[in-house]
Design a protein around this ligand. Structure first.
Ligand SMILES: *Cc1c(COP(=O)(O)O)cnc(C)c1O
Length: 403
């Protein structure tokens, strides 16, 4: 079929799955092996320890499921809660919405605090609700750290402070699927009780691993939790993980991929990884400013360093920009979801990414916007991002200075 091939790279700039680096692709190219062999724990035991470094925890216990992030959501709730338990959740985007929906389908009663999309969790309102809950009926507070649908990061430190100020014993459940491994996330220091992530975002892998970190306090609540679980039962994992095994067949290539992903993160240094994401996000935001457009995030304090949701002007459809980018320029941008459908497009800037790759996406978004009639100045976003990247003290400059 002549003409069917699209030469060059597909520019993958949805906020997950993200680019899988060559080293990880090669590391996953392995023959199958016996997952009950005496050698297998040499691969697996360090994965648990090293994932703890990514969650920045000493006390937490890590679980690795063959699932996407959604499976890890399910695991954390069903292993610690009973049908009818009350949870408090902030809803401000499609992912916080889906998490609430999943909890309800498991028979949990979720008290929802609606926040405007483009903002995030309100520590003040959380504190107020917890103070009013004198009998401690609320068993958990659910917060999406980085709402991928709107490009909003919530302040988990402030949420924990609010919970402590209210003197409330509820557990803190945090969705870190699009933050962990890209944005600073401190499980122990922030007093998080259950955190989850998936393999296909900051961890730079294909989808297929759902990863959870659980505090000792949360683990003690397992014995009273009556929600139905089988495949995701922590108890089965704990029994087998201890020796480096799993209760069922693990996703072998993904575990080898995870080994290499952790190597990459540690070789760069987690602090440098976070700084790089901040730098790439800031360059993207400079481009959005230069285009004269607005982010979905209502205030700089909500800005996400992993995804920018860019509002298209009145009278235009974000879906047209995305369609044009994909068909004409082989660039995949993220769509607006539900409430935001058509109103925005998203540039994911997380995972294995550098300045010049991102400039390609910014250039493609700029061309696509102009193609559908949005009057952004040609080259304006690219130039603003270039100048930002030239000035920003980055790993590249640090390396040059060291030579
Ligand atoms: C991607 C994402 C999820 C869903 O994860 P899956 O791996 O698709 O199941 C959940 N929460 C957030 C914040 C996400 O970005």
């Amino acid at each position: 079929m002549a003409g069917a091939r699209r030469p060059g790279r597909n520019f993958l700039f949805v906020p997950g799955p993200t680019n899988v680096p060559e080293r990880i692709l090669r590391a996953m190219h392995v023959p199958m092996e016996d997952h009950r062999s005496p050698d297998f724990p040499k691969l697996t035991l360090p994965l648990f320890d090293d994932m703890k470094k990514v969650f920045q925890t000493k006390e937490g216990q890590v679980f690795i499921f063959p699932s996407s992030g959604t499976g890890a959501w399910e695991a954390t709730l069903t292993n610690t809660r009973s049908v009818g338990d009350k949870l408090l959740a902030s809803r401000f985007g499609q992912f916080s919405h889906l998490w609430i929906d999943l909890a309800r389908r498991h028979g949990l009663e979720v008290i929802v605090q609606e926040e405007e999309w483009g903002t995030g969790a309100s520590p003040e309102r959380i504190e107020e609700a917890l103070r009013a809950d004198k009998n401690h009926q609320i068993k958990g507070v659910m917060v999406v750290h980085n709402e991928t649908a709107t490009g909003v990061t919530s302040d988990i430190v402030a949420v924990r402070r609010a919970m402590d100020a209210a003197g409330h014993p509820a557990l803190l459940y945090v969705d870190g699927v699009s933050s962990i491994g890209s944005i600073d996330f401190r499980f122990d220091e922030w007093g998080v009780d259950l955190a989850i992530t998936g393999s296909q975002k900051g961890m730079m892998l294909p989808a297929g691993l759902g990863i959870a970190c659980v505090s000792q306090k949360a683990l003690t609540q397992m014995k009273d939790a009556t929600c139905t679980k089988a495949y995701f039962d922590f108890a089965d994992q704990i029994k087998t993980n201890e020796g480096g095994y799993f209760p069922y067949t693990p996703a072998l290539p993904l575990l080898y991929g995870l080994r290499e992903a952790l190597n990459l993160l540690f070789e760069e240094g987690l602090d440098n990884v976070f700084a790089r994401h901040r730098r790439l996000a800031s360059g993207t935001r400079a481009a959005v400013d230069a285009w004269g457009l607005k982010l979905c995030a209502k205030d700089p304090k909500w800005n996400s360093d992993t995804v920018s949701a860019i509002m298209v002007p009145e009278g235009f459809n974000g879906a047209d920009v995305i369609d044009r980018a994909y068909r004409r320029y082989n660039l995949a941008l993220g769509a607006g979801l539900t409430e935001m459908a058509g109103k925005l497009f998203r540039i994911g800037h997380l995972g294995d990414l550098n300045e010049l790759m991102l400039l390609g996406a910014i250039a493609g978004a700029e061309m696509s916007m102009r193609d559908v009639g949005i009057a952004v100045e040609p080259g304006s976003g690219v130039a603003a991002a270039q100048e930002y990247f030239r000035g920003a003290q980055g790993a590249g400059e640090a390396r040059l200075a060291a030579e």
